[in-house]
Design a protein around this ligand. Structure first.
Ligand code: HEM
Length: 401
């Protein structure tokens, strides 16, 4: 049997997009540290290798360290190289410094404080669809919710929320595989407008602080170490890029799994506190982020196989959560699993900063949704997966309230 490699291990492949476990199972069983010579990367599908690789602090996330024949360099554009670098793609000590400073502002208190707003936003969005015979859960609920919530956290004025929603949605096009000059120019124009907005907001907060995340980022002072305006703009952009589509996909994938598994939905409806279990099970089996990158700076072994310096090591977070060595019957959606281990939020020093916010938003969204529409059902309209280089979710999810 020939092993899947190259494009067959990407969303451009129909099987990978719709039944990724088939591809992961094939590689995990026969070649769990797979050298993909077509695209130039090494693919990890075993939970043990993914866990160890994510945690390994000697590995880099800085794409500039990737060898010239890897997928990372083949896809890099001039624009990517010039863009300011966020903590997601920086190594220590730069990463540790930014993460420490930002954590002063983006903390448990900020997330606790936004929960009532999440409830109110969820209810407003559900009010708007009540009375319709069917609606697209992604467009009407799962997509706007995280954007409106992060706008509230950042302190975007009510009058600017319309523009902010438009910029935030367009920002996500950066993950589209389209790369025509016109498309890239529109992306850049949008990114510039959004960054200019953040710069204005930062200047306003420096003059007159408010009770919001931008003011908190401006106020961070760790023994004299502070965030520059450019660092705050980059951070705000990262919050949108890393937090919006991912939370949308988590809500969408979890609703889809529950509607397809009525026996699991019944457990959630009998005890809404179990929505948290449904969310963890979705993160394990159908996570919004499929993969994360690490780059060795020196030759080494992973899972007993030699890997060269500069290799683009791709940890398949989804494959790791579905590893039979970790979970019995891994392809079954079962909210009763006692062991909730998954890798949906990555690991090590780059572990997702927004995980508590994402979990809170998804939990509140699903609780309000099923309380409001206890008979919610799929309409039978076709369900297409996104073709996105980074994220795993559905394009539309038509439901009957
Ligand atoms: C279900 C929703 C989400 C998923 C599945 C997710 C997943 C991830 C993953 C896989 C990483 C990379 C970790 C690694 O390479 O080890 C990451 C990093 C990050 N995420 Fe999330 N994320 C989600 C929501 C959010 C939200 C809501 C925010 C903020 C508003 C956020 C902010 C970040 C940031 C700032 C980083 C970079 C952390 C660092 O480099 O230290 N994420 N996320």
């Amino acid at each position: 049997m020939t092993l899947p490699t190259g494009l067959e291990m990407t969303v451009f492949d129909e099987v990978f997009r719709n039944r990724p476990h088939e591809r992961f199972d094939a590689l995990r069983a026969a070649d769990p540290v797979h050298d993909d010579k077509v695209l130039g990367r090494v693919l990890l599908t075993r939970a043990a290798d993914v866990a160890a690789t994510l945690k390994d602090r000697s590995l880099s996330v800085d794409q500039r360290n990737a060898a010239s024949d890897t997928i990372v360099q083949k896809l890099a554009t001039m624009q990517d190289r010039e863009a300011p670098r966020s903590m997601l793609v920086l190594d220590d000590p730069d990463h540790a410094r930014l993460r420490r400073l930002v954590t002063h502002a983006f903390n448990a208190r900020a997330i606790e404080a936004v929960k009532p707003r999440v409830r109110a936003v969820a209810d407003e969005l559900l009010d708007a669809v009540a009375g319709q015979d069917k609606f697209d859960l992604i467009e009407s609920f799962a997509s706007p919710l995280p954007i409106i919530v992060i706008a509230a956290m950042l302190g975007v004025d009510a009058a600017d929320v319309g523009d902010f929603r438009r910029w935030s949605k367009a920002l996500a096009n950066v993950f589209s595989p389209i790369r025509s000059p016109e498309f890239l120019a529109a992306l850049k124009a949008n990114a510039d407008e959004l960054s200019a907005y953040f710069e204005r907001a930062i200047a306003e907060r420096r003059a007159a602080p408010r009770d919001d995340l931008i003011s908190a980022l401006v106020a961070v002072d760790d023994g004299g170490d502070r965030l520059t305006t450019e660092e705050i703009v980059t951070m705000c952009n990262l919050l949108l890029l890393a937090g919006n589509l991912t939370t949308t996909d988590l809500i969408g994938n979890c609703v889809l799994a529950l509607l397809r598994h009525p026996e699991q939905l019944a457990k959630v409806q009998a005890n809404p506190a179990r929505i948290a279990d449904a969310i963890e099970e979705t993160l394990r089996l159908d996570p919004p982020v499929v993969q994360s990158l690490r780059i060795p700076l020196a030759p080494r072994e992973i899972g007993g196989c030699p890997v060269r310096a500069g290799e683009a090591v791709t940890t398949f977070l989804m494959a790791a959560g579905q590893d039979p060595a970790l979970h019995a019957d891994p392809l079954t959606f079962d909210i009763d699993r006692a062991d909730k281990t998954h890798f949906a939020f990555g690991g090590g020093v780059h572990f997702c900063l927004g995980a508590p916010l994402a979990r809170a938003e998804a939990e509140i969204a699903l609780t309000r949704l099923f309380a409001r529409f206890p008979g919610l059902a799929l309409t039978g309209d076709p369900i297409e997966r996104n073709i996105s280089a980074a994220f795993n979710g559905v394009q539309q999810l038509w439901v009957r309230p």
